[in-house]
Write a protein that binds this ligand. Structure first.
Ligand code: ZN
Length: 218
């Protein structure tokens, strides 16, 4: 089923475009995977066909090795951004939500070793469970707390103050390379604590004081 963008429980006037993601934006997560912390944001994309509604139980691939969750704050873009300043970027963020950047970790490790692109590990159908969005007004982008629990155990507990490239510089950087359009979504990176999902897992994800999603793996 096609993912439908919503803002404050109303249909968003634009369809979902591309999903731009940043790798290794929290140093503790880069370290847990033995990756060097990049000097510049490490960008990749997922197509709109990757998105599914996070609120519904979602499927994961079962025949391609481990599928890791990465819980991330998602930003819904409401204004075009092309070589934008941080101030322009701030005005263009219309909504905030939650995303799982699902990653076929074994596949990705093989691709990395070969120096190949990551798409088949990161951008497959269903690789981006995405929540409904809420209005982003008044949010301090430098202090958003994010939690993720799996089967009642806290797995990820991060704060956007620990981002290597914070939200506004990140959007400005992305827009130097890819124009962002209304309906595009940006995933801002994952804190430490990523791990494999299994069928039947119960998941609670929270942007503290902003929104909360309880869901499950099919
Ligand atoms: Zn990620």
């Amino acid at each position: 089923m096609k993912y439908q963008l919503t803002l404050d429980n109303k249909p968003f006037p634009h369809t979902l475009g591309k999903i731009v993601c940043v790798g290794r934006n929290y140093a503790d997560h880069a370290r847990e995977l033995d990756n060097p912390v990049p000097a510049e944001p490490l960008l990749f994309m997922k197509p709109a066909t990757a998105a599914v509604a996070m609120e519904q139980p979602f499927a994961i691939p079962t025949d391609r090795g481990s599928c890791h969750f990465e819980t991330e704050m998602a930003l819904l873009i409401g204004e075009p951004l092309h070589r934008a300043s941080e101030m322009e970027a701030a005005k263009a963020i219309t909504g905030v939500g939650l995303a799982f950047d699902l990653t076929l970790r074994d596949v990705q490790s093989t691709l990395k070793q070969k120096g190949h692109p990551w798409e088949i590990a990161k951008a497959f159908d269903g690789s981006c469970p995405l929540s409904a969005f809420v209005t982003a007004r008044g949010i301090d982008w430098q202090n958003v707390q994010l939690h993720m629990s799996r089967n009642g155990d806290l797995q990820q507990d991060g704060n956007s103050s620990h981002m290597i490239t914070p939200v506004l510089p990140l959007l400005s950087y992305i827009s130097q390379h890819f124009s962002l359009l209304p309906g595009d979504v940006v995933l801002t990176g994952t804190p430490a604590g990523v791990g494999p999902l299994q069928s039947g897992d119960q998941i609670d994800a929270v942007l503290v004081g902003i929104l909360q999603v309880s869901t499950a793996v099919k």
